[in-house]
Write a protein that binds this ligand. Structure first.
Ligand code: HC3
Length: 410
């Protein structure tokens, strides 16, 4: 239900509503100043804000060092994913809840060449976002999908469902490396002070077809480190957790240090590299001007809602959101009556067993079906569909207006 219909309200009433939270993030009644005009489909871009670091493993011929470069890239993405929106003072806002078929398309053009992003809302009930990112020069490719399961205990706790698969054409090898990546759980801190920010919990993993596994343990501000966003990571041969080849330690939102061997021996002589994000500004994603976008592209589709949020006009936010929600409901009813389902533009659910999950899933506790009951399917990038979508001529003004009316009520 839209915020305005729930009365919007103060931070105090928001905290009270959280205490009786039923797990449906979309239904959280947030006060106007905590509403973001960015849709969750945009969050897929956080995976690649340093394209050169993303593509770097393709140039490394040693498989263990390649696995380390993959771990380094993953760790550098965490700051973008979980801290970039609330950098100084916690102000993690409530993102827009994407509609089925919503798209977010863009590319990075920088020293790493062209890197293309495709993000699509592949399921609405339950909400799930899928993405594909490809660096053209090296062929490094990431794809994945995610959903969130929320609960309340002292604060909002989020379990991420889904995974990512990174494919790297390795130098001198016929088959590309495959890395299966699990997603960390998180919780919101600073709620009672009105300054929400994210802390990561537990552990996440990256395991590869070349026989290496990285385990990342997230600890937050604790007795040991005293610093928020703390982590330690170790890279080892799969099944040989005791024999650590490399370890990484630090804060995922700030600096971290990469060492060879186990953390027991960390010293200046085992230090390989220090990562300081201040030294590596993010690459800017290029997104088409709104008027050239497809009507289902995020910034175009949510344009009126975003303008209403910017004006802090909650009634208008509610009215504009309702137009989209009602049009979407009608479209689902129409599809049901006609015995069809919404055709995803870039992603498909493969028939039968999925090879990556079948091979690597058991090493990191991922189910062979990719938890598809919680994500509306096991989603994989469909090259054939993508080629078709990319070869279509731009829509005429009449076609754009018709789609915007039919699918978004605009
Ligand atoms: C929990 C979250 C929505 C989900 C966001 C995810 C997990 C989405 C996938 C990205 O790759 C990583 C990511 C980062 C941030 C996560 C969001 C943080 C807050 C938001 C809640 C729905 C909003 C809670 C409301 C409030 C006011 C407490 O922030």
């Amino acid at each position: 239900m839209a915020e305005a219909q729930n009365g919007g309200g103060s931070w105090g009433s928001f905290l009270k509503s959280i205490a009786s939270f039923n797990g449906d993030l979309a239904s959280l009644t947030a006060p106007p100043f905590i509403l973001s005009s960015t849709s969750l489909t945009e969050f897929s871009s956080y995976w690649c804000e340093h394209p050169a670091i993303f593509a770097a493993p393709a140039k490394e011929s040693d498989p263990a060092k390649r696995a380390l470069l993959v771990l380094k890239w993953f760790l550098t993405t965490l700051r973008q994913q979980y801290a970039s929106r609330s950098e100084q003072y916690g102000n993690e806002k409530k993102p827009l809840n994407p509609f089925l078929g919503e798209l977010f398309l863009g590319k990075w053009e920088d020293a790493a060449g062209t890197t293309e992003l495709t993000s699509e809302q592949v399921s609405h009930h339950p909400p799930a976002t899928a993405y594909s990112i490809t660096n053209a020069g090296t062929g490094v490719h990431l794809e994945g999908y995610n959903a969130q399961k929320a609960s309340f205990s002292k604060t909002i706790n989020i379990k991420q469902i889904g995974h990512a698969v990174l494919t790297i054409p390795a130098p001198g090898s016929k088959e590309p490396d495959t890395y299966l990546i699990t997603l960390p759980s998180l919780h919101i801190e600073g709620l009672v002070f009105g300054s929400p920010f994210i802390e990561l919990d537990g552990a996440s993993y990256i395991t590869s077809s070349t026989g290496f596994t990285a385990k990342i343990d997230y600890s937050g501000r604790g007795w040991l480190s005293g610093k928020k966003n703390s982590f330690t990571a170790s890279l080892y041969r799969s099944g040989n957790e005791k024999d650590i080849l490399f370890n990484v330690t630090g804060q995922w939102s700030k600096n971290f240090e990469i060492y060879s061997g186990s953390a027991k021996h960390n010293s200046k002589s085992t230090l390989i590299e220090t990562w300081d994000p201040e030294q590596f500004p993010v690459s800017k994603l290029i997104v088409a001007p709104v008027e050239q976008q497809h009507p289902l592209e995020s910034r175009r589709a949510w344009g009126k809602v975003a303008a209403a949020i910017a004006k802090a006009d909650l009634d208008l936010v509610g009215r504009e959101k309702s137009k989209i929600e009602n049009a979407q409901r009608e479209m689902r009813a129409k599809e049901k009556a006609e015995g069809r389902t919404w055709e995803r533009r870039y992603f498909s659910t493969p028939d039968g067993a999925e090879a990556v999950l079948a091979q690597l899933g058991p090493l990191v506790g991922l189910a062979a079906d990719g938890d598809s009951d919680k994500t509306g399917g096991l989603w994989r990038f469909d090259q054939r569909k993508a080629e078709k979508a990319r070869s279509l001529p731009p829509l005429s003004d009449d076609e754009t207006a018709k789609l915007a009316k039919e699918l978004l009520g605009q």
